[in-house]
Design a protein around this ligand. Structure first.
Ligand code: ARG
Length: 422
């Protein structure tokens, strides 16, 4: 079966393939999720042309580490009325990263959701802004092939179903990067055309997502010198490094003896673990939209914190809770990946998680060496580990004779089945 490509008419033609069509004129004010890159700069201009509307740009600092101050000029040059920049690092760390870390959330057992977690937060801020600015639509620059469009739109629909969502890249006639560059030149929209990007990057405090370029062949090794926060193994120290992480209420508060604010602790841990080559994930992942894609992630702090937190829980929580939590971890990661942050199942899972975090207090000792993070010790005042029960040496208080009766009853159904079916 062959798939027909949708023919899209040029933007100058008022009847394009956009869903809105006859209602186009109703759009008076749009909030645009703005990164300052080529796509969103062109989108700002394009929206004004198409809808004759006012565009307000919004950029969030989620710890991507780039200077957002130059974006204002750019947004205005593209025709936007104003740009609003918000520092969301703290709220991102507290309300999104921490629950995900406590749930040991790794999509397909590997991806720490560094991009996925930012989207519901940004989308919720876009909604707030749309309401306070009395806008009638929110626009984003996601393509029609990825997960991010789903995360943005599901969130917007859940929080403010009355708002329209515009996704120009999915519908417009600019099919290639070159055509977008041409558009930008034609309308004098300032862009960095010279910077040849090897890969597409998305950065946040929780990690970096790397895609496209030669990575599109899953058999290609990433190019040398394209490692960002994680050092290539050849360039890591030949000496191991020990660190201690202190947790209180399931939240990391100290590296060694130094107290950190959450955001700073994550930044610092990204540096230390990254220096040792920890936290690079190279995977083929299943997108929600059905496409398999090859992705590289650099998530040093995420990998270390999830591992350390899980380890401390193994000391302070009972077996059944831990095993049940492991089942929910995968489900929780899926919910985040699928854009279902604002859902009742996610709320319920986090409520379940909350019931025990007050016991997740203590210190985990780790050793970093050549891409490995090894846990070498842990202690807690809530430790359920009882030496006089576990020991094989003097001081043992465990009555081994009791096990005989236990095994007899535990295995009774199978003993009966064994007899009957023999
Ligand atoms: N595949 C990841 C996700 O859906 C990362 C997407 C990264 N986006 C990018 N522009 N590189 O969460």
């Amino acid at each position: 079966m062959t798939l027909k490509k949708n023919k899209v008419k040029p933007y100058s033609n008022s009847k394009s393939s956009l869903e809105i069509n006859s209602k186009d004129k109703k759009i008076k004010k749009v909030i645009l999720s703005y990164s300052g890159g080529l796509d969103t700069s062109v989108i700002a201009h394009w929206l004004i042309q198409k809808y004759d509307c006012e565009v307000i740009c919004y950029s969030a600092d989620v710890g991507q580490g780039s200077d957002l101050s130059s974006l204002d000029k750019r947004a205005k040059a593209a025709g936007a009325k104003k740009l609003i920049i918000e520092d969301l690092k703290e709220i991102f760390a507290k309300d999104y990263i921490i629950p995900a870390m406590q749930m040991h959330a790794l999509y397909e057992n590997q991806y720490a959701l560094s991009t996925s977690l930012t989207r519901p937060l940004i989308a919720s801020r876009l909604v707030q802004l749309a309401i306070s600015e009395k806008a009638d639509a929110i626009a984003h620059g996601c393509t029609g092939k990825g997960n991010d469009q789903v995360r943005f739109e599901v969130t917007i629909n859940a929080l403010a179903p009355e708002l329209k969502v515009l996704a120009p890249v999915r519908e417009w006639e600019l099919k290639t990067r070159e055509e977008e560059v041409e558009y930008a030149k034609k309308y004098k929209i300032p862009i960095d055309v010279d910077k040849k990007k090897i890969y597409s990057l998305d950065k946040s405090l929780w990690g970096i997502s790397v895609e496209s370029g030669n990575l599109e062949d899953p058999n290609n090794e990433p190019l040398q010198n394209t490692y960002i926060t994680v050092k290539e193994l050849e360039n890591t120290p030949n000496k191991s490094e020990y660190i201690e992480l202190t947790f209180k209420n399931g939240i990391p508060i100290k590296i060694n003896d130094k107290k950190y604010k959450l955001v700073d602790l994550i930044i610092e841990l990204n540096k230390i673990a990254g220096k040792h080559g920890i936290g690079r994930v190279d995977m083929v992942e299943n997108r929600l939209i059905g496409i398999k894609s090859r992705e590289i992630y650099e998530t040093p702090a995420a990998n270390v914190l999830i591992k350390a937190h899980r380890d401390l829980e193994s000391l302070v929580l009972d077996r059944e809770f831990l095993h049940y939590k492991d089942i929910l971890s995968g489900k929780f990661a899926e919910l985040v990946y699928y854009g279902l942050w604002f859902s009742s199942l996610k709320e319920a899972i986090l409520a379940f998680n909350e019931t025990t975090q007050k016991y997740v207090e203590g210190i985990v000792r780790l050793k970093f060496y050549k891409g490995n993070v090894v846990i070498v010790g842990r202690k807690s005042k809530y430790s359920l580990y009882q030496n006089d029960l576990a020991t094989y040496s003097k001081g043992d208080i465990f009555d081994q004779k009791l096990s005989k009766g236990f095994i007899e009853l535990w295995g009774l159904p199978y003993k009966v089945a064994g007899k009957v079916r023999k």
